[in-house]
Write a protein that binds this ligand. Structure first.
Ligand SMILES: NC(=O)C1=CN([C@@H]2O[C@H](COP(=O)(O)OP(=O)(O)OC[C@H]3O[C@@H](n4cnc5c(N)ncnc54)[C@H](O)[C@@H]3O)[C@@H](O)[C@H]2O)C=CC1
Ligand SMILES: O=C(O)CCC(=O)C(=O)O
Length: 416
């Protein structure tokens, strides 16, 4: 991997910057630069043709000072330990910025889910849990979905864990299907949280959203919900969307629901009536009101950042903007809603799911939405206040808020 784009180096640099501004002592700074625990497992999985394939996988528990490790499991062919470390670090800052009593963790399996049958996915999910079960638990480490993992995969993982333990433990994993103890509102929670933050930021920075436009890079779980909710809650019109197979554009706007239906029917965005094809790079340069990067890391780089023309970027993906690009966007006056704040809605509703599992009492959808709105709005306002007080961009302000809270928890525990 080109070290410039190594997500863990980037996460460490971002932390270094915050540590310096906060004046953290050397021990606290060094503690927060590294995962507290990493697990590497090798998984033999029987394939449908009778052969055995070996998969490599990770679970990283970055920091547990504020609570159990929490974070999704990603299945991706380009997964690396450094990607998982970075995602686990960002989970630590994410749970802190929304002030929920959890730490940060993340899991990853190197695999191409598009080449696996449903039965192979189930065996892989169960093999992963058998390998890491001893380190999981509602008060230790609680996984959830991320890229290319689904509520069904969470259900198999839950079942494997409960089979090993011989008892019910719904709170060991979140993002479960609702009949197995999932929460109302988890499926669109990441996008919804980002939409609430966009609403607050637009009001704070005087950006008119109603009647404006949006482009979504990465029309997956998070991205397609952002398009639906951007229309419904903010009054934005979707003009472009992309996924790993390419993108579509229609400057006159397109119906987000019809596009999502087209993708689930055909497996791709291309060919959606009334649209032209567009590359990811050209999508980034569209003159839209809000750009939602909702795919993978390092989508906005030094090479394409100067092409952005939108007043606001809402980072729903983790790590979509490389640090050099950040400086360019800042110089252009683009308001960037930083990933671990903008996409914290998912883990916030995961936390609500754990709370409901613990009480064995389940909330109505409206209650989930109301509580999520309150958490996201409050988190945004704390970050905005920090940004204004210190005259720093929102990403740096979010780091200052989050890292200070985690550092304080480490200090109170007597670790540093
Ligand atoms: N699922 C969740 O609750 C959360 C997800 N995130 C982040 O949001 C992002 C998207 O995650 P999900 O929607 O859950 O995953 P997903 O697997 O449902 O969707 C990912 C989408 O990105 C597209 N994609 C992949 N590579 C691409 C590329 N190079 N260019 C354009 N599109 C590309 C895929 O085709 C797919 O449509 C990730 O960065 C993830 O870590 C962040 C917080 C929570
Ligand atoms: O819901 C969760 O626990 C974590 C979701 C996640 O992986 C993320 O926010 O990046």
């Amino acid at each position: 991997m080109d070290e410039t784009f190594n997500p863990f180096r980037i996460a460490q640099q971002q932390l270094d910057h915050a540590a310096e501004r906060l004046g953290l002592d050397a021990a606290t700074h060094e503690l927060l630069r590294w995962p507290m625990r990493e697990i590497k497992v090798t998984l033999p999985v029987r394939m449908d043709d009778g052969s055995t394939k070996i998969f490599h996988a990770f679970r990283v528990q970055y920091n547990t000072a504020r609570g159990p490790a929490k974070g999704g499991i990603r299945w991706h062919p380009q997964e690396t330990i450094d990607t998982v470390r970075a995602l686990a670090a960002w989970m630590t800052w994410k749970t802190s910025v929304v002030d929920i009593p959890l730490g940060g963790g993340k899991g990853g399996v190197i695999c191409n889910p598009k080449e696996l049958s449903e039965a192979e996915k189930e065996r892989l999910a169960r093999a992963y849990i058998r390998a890491v079960a001893g380190s999981l638990g509602g008060s230790r480490d609680v996984p959830a979905p991320d890229v290319y993992t689904t509520p069904q995969i969470m259900a198999w993982m839950l079942d494997e864990y409960e089979t090993i333990r011989g008892e019910n433990h719904p709170g060991v994993i979140t993002g479960k299907p609702i009949p197995l103890g999932g929460s109302q509102g988890r499926s669109d929670a990441t996008a919804r949280g980002g939409i609430y933050v966009t609403r607050e930021a637009a009001a704070a920075y005087g950006i008119e959203l109603k009647g404006g436009t949006m482009a979504v890079m990465g029309f997956g779980n998070v991205g397609h919900h952002a398009a639906l909710l951007g229309e419904e809650i903010l009054g934005l019109k979707l003009v472009a969307a992309s996924d790993s197979k390419g993108g579509v554009v229609n400057p006159a706007g397109m119906d987000a629901r019809a596009l999502a239906d087209h993708k689930s029917r055909t497996g791709a965005l291309k060919g959606f009536p009334g649209t032209d094809a567009i590359t990811n790079d050209d999508l980034l340069g569209l003159d839209v009101t809000v750009l939602f990067p909702a795919a993978l890391e390092n989508a906005i780089t030094r090479d394409n950042a100067s092409r952005l023309r939108c007043p606001m970027v809402c980072e729903l993906a983790n790590g979509p903007t490389a640090p050099e690009a950040d400086a360019i966007l800042d110089a252009k006056g683009i308001v960037v809603l930083p990933d671990f704040l903008a996409n914290a809605g998912g883990v916030t509703v995961s936390y609500f799911e754990q709370v409901q599992n613990a009480y064995n009492f389940y909330w109505e959808l409206q209650e989930v939405h109301q509580r999520l709105d309150s958490k996201m709005t409050h988190a945004f306002r704390s970050v905005l206040e920090m940004s204004r007080r210190n005259q720093v961009p929102l990403r740096e302000a979010a780091y200052l808020v989050s890292v200070a809270r985690v550092a304080e928890a480490c200090r109170l525990r007597g670790w540093v």
